[in-house]
Design a protein around this ligand. Sequence first.
Ligand code: F3S
Length: 70
Amino acid sequence: MKAYVDKDTCISCGLCPSICPEVFEMQDDGKAGICDSVGEGGNKNVVPEEAAESAKEAEEACPVAAISIE
Ligand code: F3S
């Protein structure tokens, strides 16, 4: 399972890092992004199993549907 944030769509509401801080963070550009720690070792954007549930919650909670989980 991989997580992505569409930065052009994100309105910086801050919900996703509050729901799933293991995967999402607010970045220097003021938009959400995927934490550097996610997908270390060449598996970029791969959501850790233990964070899968909350990552999906964040996807559903985003008011502008900027998050996709595949
Ligand atoms: Fe942005 Fe949606 Fe997260 S608006 S801060 S991607 S919940």
